[in-house]
Design a protein around this ligand. Structure first.
Ligand code: DAT
Ligand code: MG
Length: 142
């Protein structure tokens, strides 16, 4: 879009929901000036999660990741704003919470318990192509 207004898929993962971090994560999104377009609390089934993480099929952490992501409810949200795809990735911080910078969501709130899947609080789409694919997967009616 020439205006630079994009949409991205954000997930607050089961660890974030379990630890009561939904409000903090949404607050950071809103504080940055982004808009919530759709939002839903749900426990995702295995088929959805395997499709969501299709790029990681065959990796050693894949099964653990899918199991962890289905271990409880997630908040799935479509978030809109100027360059929100890349900017939310900056807000989220590095994948590994131990390496994520202080000030980022994962740096401040993430906790890696050494399980096969890192418990890093949030997911954010990594490109316009991923965002379109993931939004269609989680919110087919959009
Ligand atoms: P990101 O979530 O930052 O886009 P990714 O797409 O590479 O990272 O991986 C998806 C998720 O899989 C990530 O949030 C946590 C988990 N993961 C990635 N690499 C991992 C690893 N080496 N060991 C365990 N879990 C991993
Ligand atoms: Mg990714």
């Amino acid at each position: 879009m020439s205006s630079g207004i994009e949409r991205t898929l954000v997930l607050i993962k089961p660890d974030g929901v379990r630890r009561g971090q939904v409000g903090q994560v949404l607050g950071r999104i809103e504080a940055k000036g982004f808009t919530l377009v759709r939002m839903d609390l749900r426990t995702a089934d295995k088929a959805l999660l395997e499709e969501h993480y299709a790029e990681h099929v065959g990796k050693g952490f894949f099964a653990g990741l899918v199991e962890f992501m289905g271990s409880g409810p997630v908040v799935a949200a479509v978030v809109e704003g100027h360059q929100v795809i890349s900017t939310f990735r900056v807000l989220a911080g590095a994948t590994d919470p131990a390496k994520a910078a202080p000030g980022s969501i994962r740096g401040d709130l993430g906790r890696d318990w050494g399980t096969p899947a890192q418990q890093n609080v949030v997911h954010g789409s990594d490109s316009p192509q991923s965002a379109a694919r993931e939004i269609a997967l989680w919110f087919p009616s959009l």
